[in-house]
Design a protein around this ligand. Structure first.
Ligand code: PLP
Length: 371
């Protein structure tokens, strides 16, 4: 059986950089081999550059972005803790569920689908519940295509409440400034704007967060994601905890190399340019952009199809006729909208031209309504 070659323009995974696919084909080395440990250390250094942080505890967690989410919550939250979570889509909801399973008391700060979380509302919620251990927010909501502002939450640095940020879709696609924004804990994923297959979750923790983990009364509920134990492998002790996903670390190392060769700012600019063009052209084709203007992610666009379109059937046609994957809408946007991802290696003019060309053909043939 042959695995088809697709143009992945949905919410993730995105197409991997060619250098990453080549790295995946390298022979295995052992997870305690000095050469592998050098690659692991260099990967963490590269992650510090991409996260814009000096945080010592910066590493790729084994597992996809959700493992990064779990790692943050199980290490930072103890049963009975109060946490404040911004909810404006699927991934904010998921954070609430993960926190609840850690035994947390969750205070939700909500915004409608397509709207950003108001940072002042999070700060007000913290002021009303200063005992809260954590404020958590999704920087780039992949379910809606909305960016929420994180920088104003820096004010939490004057309180005992930590700031946790999900930047699974943000990292490398739009500016992320861990140190400048005072973020205490952050997780990402490899298969969105980093251009690497799914399988690792880059995370970073401030000294404040590390201190919080050290002073826990109860051990983290998860043995596998216990950062104290994982730290003994990625740190100087090099003590076996679990076998690192070696090939994925090698692939991430290669992907971060491509990114840093291009330059982080150049990557942000590339995503901004192609996302802006796609969004402008979709409107001329009768699509309606669903994320609030000014808070639209260039790397993830939610758009309602022209009135009367059968989104599921047309999405299948895109895949079967041209090998183009786009995503369906979720939640409030299910059944009427598509999610277009222009991420990592896929964030190219040729991706925009190809997907718009396919839509124009569907409209010319009458399979998709125009306006
Ligand atoms: C994709 C995504 C996740 C989950 O990542 P997985 O790799 O699917 O586990 C979490 N948060 C956001 C914002 C995402 O886009």
């Amino acid at each position: 059986m042959t695995i088809p070659d697709r143009l992945l323009l949905g919410p993730g995974p995105s197409n991997a950089y060619p250098e990453v696919l080549a790295a995946l084909g390298r022979p295995l080395v052992g997870h305690l081999d000095p050469e592998f440990l050098r690659i692991l250390d260099e990967t963490s250094d590269r992650l510090r550059t991409v996260f814009r942080t000096e945080n010592a505890l910066t590493l790729p967690i084994s597992g996809t972005g959700s493992a990064g989410m779990e790692a943050c919550f199980v290490n930072l939250v103890e049963p009975g803790d109060t946490v404040i979570i911004g909810v404006n889509g699927v991934f904010g909801e998921r954070m609430c569920e993960v926190a609840r399973r850690c035994g947390a008391e969750v205070i939700r700060v909500e915004a409608a689908w397509g709207e950003p979380i108001d940072p002042q509302a999070l700060l007000d919620a913290q002021a009303a519940a200063p005992h809260a251990r954590l404020v958590a927010v999704v920087h780039a909501e992949t379910s809606t295509g909305v960016r929420s502002d994180v920088a104003p939450l820096r004010a939490l640095g004057d309180t005992d409440t930590l700031l946790l940020v999900d930047t699974v879709t943000g990292l490398a696609g739009i500016p992320v400034e861990i140190d400048a924004w005072g973020v205490d804990a952050c997780y990402s994923g490899t298969q969105k704007c980093l251009g690497v297959p799914p399988g690792l979750a880059p995370v970073t923790f401030s000294d404040r967060a590390v201190e919080r983990i050290r002073s826990r009364v109860t051990p983290p509920q998860s043995w596998y994601l216990d950062l104290g134990l994982i730290g003994d492998y990625v740190g100087a002790a090099r003590k076996y905890h679990h076998t690192a996903p070696i090939s994925m670390v090698v692939a991430l190392h290669a992907g971060l190399g491509v990114l840093l060769d291009e330059g982080l700012e150049a990557s942000w600019a590339r995503h901004a340019a192609v996302g802006g063009r796609l969004q402008a052209e979709l409107e001329t084709l009768g699509f309606t952009l669903l994320a609030r203007d000014g808070h639209r992610l260039p790397q993830l666009t939610t758009a309602r199809l022209p009135e009367g379109a059968d989104e599921a059937a047309l999405r299948r046609t895109m895949l079967e006729r041209w090998g183009i994957e786009v995503g369906g809408g979720l939640g409030a946007f299910a059944g009427t909208a598509w999610r277009f991802g222009l991420m990592g290696h896929g964030a190219r003019e040729r991706s925009v031209t190809t997907v718009l060309g396919a839509i124009r053909e569907l409209q010319a043939s009458g399979e998709m309504p125009t306006a």
